[in-house]
Design a protein around this ligand. Structure first.
Ligand code: MF3
Ligand code: CO
Ligand code: CO
Length: 298
C-alpha cells in the first residue's frame, strides 16, 4: 500500500499525490506515461490491449485490405445480383490477398458465410443467400479480414436504385453519426463521449440508436475490450494512443429493439420491420487524434 506522499508507482520520481493519485485530473497524466506502463495499466484496469508500433502496422495492413475488398464488393452490388454471389466474390478476394474472412465459422452457432449482408430492416449479421437484390433496397456489407493474424473490420451501405425516403434517411444519419463520433477522437476523451455524440445526432434526426450491439476493441482479436456503446453513456475510460477499436452505429427509423432470427441464430432485424442502417470503421487513437485504419471510399 503506498501513501499519498510516497513516490508514484509510475517511476516519475514525483510523489503519488502529485502524479497518478486517483482523482478527476488523473486523465491528464496518463498520456505522459511510457508505453509499457500505460499498456500494463490499461490491461489491468480495463482489459484493453494497447498496440505496439509493429502490431499497429499489421492492423493497418489488414484494415486497408478489408476496406479495399469492401470497395470492390460494393461495386458488384447491383439489382439482380444475389448476396451469395457477393459472398463468393469477397471470399476469393480474401484468399487472393493471403487473408482469411473472419466471419466464416465464427461464434456459436458458427456463422455460415464470409461476409455479412444486411438488407432494409436487417440491423446486422444478415447471411448471404440466393435472393436477388431489388430496386429500392439498402444493404450493409460488413467485411472483417484476418491478415497475418491481424484483424481489420469495416462496413458501409449501398443503395440499389432509388430507396424510399425512410431508407435513405437511416443510411445518411448512420453515416453522419459515424463521422461525427470519429471527429472527437483523441487521447483523454472519455469513451462515453462516442456514444453520446452518436445519440445526440440520431435523436436530432428523429432516428433511434440500437443498444443490443456495440462497437468493440479489435486488432489482435475479432472482439476485444472495450465495448463501444453507440448510445448516450458516461463510461469514463480515457482514450489513449495505441487503442484500436471499431465504431459502427446501427440507426433505426422506428424502434431500436432488435429481434434475432430463431432459425439461424444470427440475423438481427428491427422489431417493427422499419429501416435500419450501419457504417463501420476500425480506428487507431494516435498521440494527436486518430487514424482511420479502414479507409473505404464513397
Ligand atoms: N463484423 C461484425 C462486427 O462489426 C461482426 C460479424 S460477426 C459474424 O463486429 F459472425 F457475423 F460475422
Ligand atoms: Co465490428
Ligand atoms: Co464489422
Amino acid at each position: 500500500m503506498i501513501g499519498r506522499n510516497d513516490l508514484c508507482w509510475c517511476g516519475s520520481g514525483k510523489k503519488w499525490k502529485k502524479c497518478h493519485f486517483p482523482n478527476p485530473g488523473q486523465e491528464q497524466n496518463i498520456d505522459t506515461l511510457p508505453f509499457e506502463k500505460r499498456a500494463a495499466l490499461y490491461r489491468k484496469q480495463y482489459g484493453i490491449i494497447l498496440k505496439t508500433p509493429a502490431q499497429i502496422e499489421g492492423i493497418r495492413r489488414s484494415g486497408h485490405l478489408a476496406a479495399k475488398i469492401l470497395d470492390e464488393v460494393c461495386k458488384r452490388a447491383q439489382i439482380g445480383v444475389t448476396t451469395e454471389e457477393l459472398n463468393t466474390y469477397a471470399h476469393k478476394l480474401h484468399l487472393d490477398a493471403g487473408a482469411i474472412p473472419a466471419p466464416l465459422g465464427y461464434g456459436e452457432p458458427p456463422f455460415p458465410k464470409s461476409i455479412c449482408t444486411s438488407i432494409n430492416e436487417v440491423i446486422c449479421h444478415g447471411i448471404p443467400d440466393s435472393v436477388p437484390l431489388r430496386e429500392g433496397d439498402i444493404m450493409n456489407i460488413d467485411i472483417t479480414c484476418i491478415l497475418n493474424g491481424y484483424y481489420g473490420d469495416c462496413s458501409r451501405m449501398v443503395h440499389l436504385g432509388n430507396p424510399n425516403p425512410e431508407r435513405c434517411l437511416v443510411s445518411k444519419v448512420s453515416y453522419e453519426c459515424l463521422m461525427k463520433a470519429i471527429e472527437i477522437l483523441k487521447p483523454g476523451v472519455p469513451l462515453g463521449a462516442i456514444g453520446t455524440a452518436i445519440h445526440a445526432h440520431a435523436k436530432t434526426a428523429g432516428c433511434s440508436v440500437v443498444t443490443q450491439f456495440v462497437g468493440h476493441g479489435v486488432g489482435v482479436g475479432f472482439h476485444e475490450a472495450p465495448q463501444i456503446p453507440h448510445y448516450r453513456n458516461s463510461i469514463a475510460t480515457p482514450l489513449t494512443s495505441g487503442m484500436t477499436f471499431t465504431i459502427e452505429p446501427m440507426i433505426n427509423a422506428g424502434t431500436p429493439t432488435a429481434v434475432i432470427d430463431k432459425e439461424n441464430g444470427w440475423t438481427a432485424r428491427s422489431a417493427d420491420g422499419r429501416a435500419s442502417a450501419q457504417w463501420e470503421h476500425t480506428l487507431l487513437i494516435t498521440e494527436t487524434g486518430y487514424e482511420i485504419l479502414t479507409p473505404w471510399t464513397l
